[in-house]
Design a protein around this ligand. Sequence first.
Ligand code: SAH
Length: 349
Amino acid sequence: MTQENKQDIKSLTLTQLQEQMQELGEKAFRAKQLYEWMHVKLARSYDEMTNLPKSLKEKCGEIFTYTALEPVKVQESQIDGTKKFLFRLEDGNLVESVWMRYKHGNSVCISSQVGCKMGCRFCASTLDGWERNLLPSEMLDQIYAITRLTGERVSNVVVMGTGEPMDNYDNLLRFLTLLTDENGLNISQRNITVSTCGIVPRMRQLADEKLQITLALSLHATTDEKRRKLMPIANQYSLDELMKACAYYFEKTGRRITFEYSLVGGVNDTKEDASELIALAKPLCCHINLIPVNPIKEREYVQSDKAAIQAFKNKLEKNGINVTIRREMGRDIDGACGQLRRSHIKKQS
Ligand code: SAH
């Protein structure tokens, strides 16, 4: 059997694993044991699975691939303890993930693809284009590996690293199923956020799944014209369609939408922008997260100054909009999405 047509054991649900064990003529409880080693004890290989017969482990090694990401680099912020991890995948590709400690628990930001094809102008993840989708197991293992390395439980997960999760929809959904499985890490759906640049049909599809996860929309501009300048995806879906999809998500799930709005100096941070944002946000049950743009050296964009950010926030608040300014975590460690992976690849080539 070649590597390509081997099944990926860590991406299987417990039911699928049970079926596989049955086909192999193994006892049903072996599936549960295997599943527990992978998704609760977070085993890095079959070698750790001490209560399984050697013959079964060998058989599994032959017919399945086993995802275990290898840390290549870990950076720790001296300011706030944020840790950034660069992992190597089986095929040599690299992905990055971020671990942040908050009062309410530890949060991990994971990547959903190697690279990204969305082309947002201010984002480092997309500069070298898209390489491939991540498997469910490769999304999960970012959290598993970090849990092992830090020795601390992860309580919140945000899919806000490199990649567009809605462009890897089926794998995203399987990842969510496994992550929230009571037989696995059992992370509460309410503690998970998926961020999208706004792929309308997938947002609607996700709404129909009726999960209790938070959907975050990267808005960043308040007119189609301005949004198209920052985000190519805006050529495909209008703000009107986006807002309707957000309303639909709330209607189906009862979950408040988050709008992410990266403030770029002189581009989208005026009083007029704030007024337009209020008009968009008012009819929806939403929360706005203002992100001071993290400048990347390949682009000319700069942060809005502190006073402009505060004025923008005040105006929204005065109009009854729920708004926060995102705390900048890990500024000293290649903060912006995709920067660590990129700087590593550049150094190697
Ligand atoms: N593809 C998804 C998730 C990844 S990006 C999405 O577009 O939502 C996560 C968030 O960070 C998005 O809101 C994205 O627009 C924003 N972002 C990317 N690069 C940034 C930068 N340099 N400064 C500030 N925010 C950035």
